[in-house]
Design a binder for this molecule. Sequence first.
Ligand code: G6P
Length: 374
Amino acid sequence: EQINKGNYEHYMQKEIHEQPESLTTTMRGRLIRGGSCKSKSVLLGGLKDHLKTIRRSRRIIFIGCGTSYNAALAARPILEELSGIPVTMEIASDLLDRQGPIYREDTVVFVSQSGETADTLQALDYALENGALCVGITNTVGSAIARKTHCGIHINAGCEIGVASTKAYTSQIVVMAMLALAIGDDTISSQARREAIIDGLFDLPSKVKEVLKLNKEMKDLAQLLIAEQSLLVFGRGYNYATALEGALKVKEVALMHSEGILAGEMKHGPLALVDETLPIVVVATRDACFSKQQSVIQQLHARKGRLIVMCTKGDAASVSVGGSCRIIEVPQVEDCLQPVINIVPLQLLAYHLTVLRGYNVDQPRNLAKSVTTQ
Ligand code: G6P
């Protein structure tokens, strides 16, 4: 049942819409609410013998390619916050090109939907040679990365067929949020924060269901953008990853140039591109970066930018100051889980743009689901 399209026309469409279920499966049996002294916690069986070593590591390095790298980037802030350990990011090929230093005291987390990506696998061999503790986060039981790592977490998102990763991305973020919760589990000062995140995880599938109702709105937006040459996506903080991943979706399936931009870098180049014609999506949902994003929006308005602003429900007026813009309103969840919600409208936008432009949704030109050669 998992590998036919059911009532959907394309696998990508099906996989976008089944995210409430895939996220539920990812969390099944892993979140504990209730009980006596420790009321809320996470249970990650695949890590139980290694958590102490991970807590003692002097650095956590995330390694991945494509969407898997973006998922790790989305989870990085909460990992840093709850673990107190420096977290660095590596695109697998870049680490290999540089032969960057990896030490025995490092924990290296390999993120890969397929578990077979050649660059990620080679980076794993390299980290093993250097004596680091290697953790795998994959969607494929028995894959090379699952087998070769010392320990790991399966994302259990179910089989993903569309070349463009969608449900694996959101499940990867959730798994890494749970990893952060598990690492920080012995820290009393962050207990309330961890419990709020666990509550947020329980509610997440229903919030994803809610955001999927934007389908028609995103189809209308796709219609509006159908003939564009380019689309920019601005994000920061938790949603820098949303900008990169949203742009990657548009680029890989809709074959439209698209660039994810760290909003904090706007004045160092991207601002020169802004005019009345270039469409720009700005992710400005509520979190600690919100007022900075409001000021970015005002500056883009001042340059007559053509804006599409993604904001928290009820915030349309607060983000429209300084000019008019199209609004995408999304439900609010715990800040570190917001990237799971925010990517959904952009997945839908990429999907509809692709169909309207007449391109192959599930098998984009020149791309493969699993890149097993270098
Ligand atoms: C290919 C796929 C992407 C995927 C990337 C990494 O480029 O088209 O969707 O994100 O490989 O794959 P992995 O299986 O390692 O997550």
